[in-house]
Write a protein that binds this ligand. Structure first.
Ligand code: AHR
Length: 492
């Protein structure tokens, strides 16, 4: 039997709500079709942005949204996306399918979308192909209240008041699609570009440097050494691929138990990856002033058969729900360093919470997990110790249970649990110390099949249900976790 000791009266930091952030890139059908359909579309919309998506995202409590990329960001000139739509430049989206980008969704539309879904914007600036002036002027355009060329231009384009903008990224994957740079070169550029990302009036910008991909520890070391004092955060990207072969990453829906295991094993590596980057950061920032911003994470499979390979469109199954639950538990644990994480991507791309097809929309298993877990947003992380049986596959082992706990401002203790085993249920003894379990309720996400997923014709194959397989004995809560499940318990 698994055991979880929860020291309910010992808290260790706050789980920043931004850990539940999202990412929207001009890639495939994420922005166009997924968010933007245009004012004249028969699909119900508010100022061109689809209503069903807005409503679903409002319910999800999305705290922060990163835009416009990704690789796209380092090819983007923000001035192409302002002013009358008919005059906006049409450009080629060089990274993603070579399709025409008509720039109908630009700065005004993005910031309006953020207002509509109640989220903080996080803008990713162009270092790879843009100038320092372009970046400086973008910030001026958005945030300056006085008289200046950019503030005046914003007013000409219909927006009198500046927006408030907190999060700004200086380059994306500058070691790869963002310019193939060496860390020393990028560090100097970061110092230069970020100097012109200015605070106007009361607006205070949290500057995020481009960090490493998964295991590139040297990058973090160098950028921290050379530029830590000029930044508030540094990013990290880690994607979950079932195979180590980018040419054949495996199908999102057709997979066997071995692929299930490899996916979850790969995702669990996030824990060590964060640990190692954070330890390197502590060499230069022992006070942990600089945040680790995991601004791209999620599963990455082969695209759905018949779809554009440059569009990264994939289905989302119960396996993705487990991936989400495991990663969120890991981010909670590292709340001293990880202050934001952005799942890639919000609609129709990679591990999306929403999929759309014409006028139809479906919410994915990942959506359900993020919604079940959002009770942890801004809650205090509670100390707990887990002893878990091991889940084995071809001689490799993985902890079968993933768990974390927090207490919110209403003093409700939430415990989130994942059972990674695809065919074995597991009883877990939860010893809650420092409080009585007077009233317990739970929510469960599971299904019969590993690859269960929601489709436009059958949108409710994987949906949350009340969880009742538990009993309280003295101070112990004993729960029976179904195979391949995610459970969130509320203890009052
Ligand atoms: O999310 C898709 C792509 O993955 C992003 O554009 C890039 O930053 C990363 O390589």
């Amino acid at each position: 039997m698994a055991q979880l000791i929860v020291n309910a009266d010992v808290t260790k930091g706050k789980i920043d709500r931004n850990i539940y952030g999202h990412f929207a890139e001009h890639l495939g059908r994420c922005v166009y079709e997924g968010i933007w359909v245009g004012e004249d579309s028969p699909i119900p919309n508010i100022e061109g942005m689809r209503l069903d998506v807005i409503e679903a995202l409002r319910e999800l409590k999305v705290p922060v949204l990163r835009w416009p990329g990704g690789c796209f960001a380092d090819a983007y000139n923000w001035k192409d996306g302002i002013g009358p739509k008919e005059n906006r430049k049409r450009m080629v989206n060089i990274h993603w399918g070579g399709v025409v980008e008509n720039n109908h969704f630009g700065t005004h539309e993005f910031l309006r979308f953020c207002e509509l879904i109640g989220t903080e914007p996080y803008i990713s600036g162009n270092v790879g192909s843009g100038t320092v002036r372009e970046m400086a002027e973008w910030v001026e355009y958005i945030t300056f209240d006085g008289e200046s060329p950019m503030a005046d231009l914003r007013r000409e384009n219909g927006r009198e008041q500046p927006w408030s903008l907190k999060y700004f990224g200086v380059g994306n994957e500058s070691w790869g699609c963002g310019g193939n740079m060496r860390p020393e070169f990028y560090s100097d550029l970061y110092r230069q570009y970020s100097a012109y990302v200015r605070d106007y009036g009361d607006n205070r910008i949290f500057k995020i440097a481009c960090g490493a991909g998964s295991y590139e520890y040297e990058w973090t070391d160098t950028v921290m050494k050379m530029a830590a004092r000029f930044m508030d955060g540094i990013s990290l990207h880690h994607y979950t691929l079932p195979t180590s072969n980018w040419a054949d990453k495996g199908s999102s829906t057709e997979f066997d138990e071995r692929m299930w295991f490899k996916t979850l094993q790969q995702t669990a590596e996030m824990d060590t990856i964060i640990e190692k980057h954070s330890t390197i950061m502590s060499k230069y920032d022992p006070e942990k002033r600089v945040a680790l911003i995991v601004d791209e994470w999620g599963t990455w499979y082969n695209v759905e058969p018949g779809t554009n390979p440059g569009f990264l469109y994939q289905q989302n199954t119960l396996r993705d729900a487990l991936v989400a639950g495991i990663n969120l538990n890991i981010f909670h644990k590292h709340n001293d360093r990880v202050k934001m994480a952005n799942i890639a991507q919000i609609v129709n791309v990679l591990q999306a919470v929403l999929l759309t097809e014409g006028g139809r929309m479906v919410v994915t298993p990942t959506y359900h997990v993020m919604k079940m877990y959002n009770v942890h947003q801004d809650a205090l992380f509670v100390d707990s110790t887990l002893s878990s049986p091991l889940y084995e596959s071809e001689g490799e082992k993985l902890e079968q249970i993933s768990a974390s706990a927090s207490v919110n401002e209403d003093n409700v203790l939430h415990i989130s649990l994942c059972n990674l085993h695809p065919s074995a249920s597991e009883e877990i003894r939860i010893d809650i110390r420092g409080r009585q379990a007077e009233q317990v309720t739970g929510t469960l996400l599971t299904s019969q099949e590993m690859n269960a997923h929601n489709t436009f014709d059958e949108p409710e194959v994987v949906v949350p249900a009340a969880f009742e397989e538990f009993r309280v004995e003295g101070g112990t809560l004993i729960a029976k976790l179904p195979a391949k499940s995610v459970v969130v318990l509320a203890v009052r």
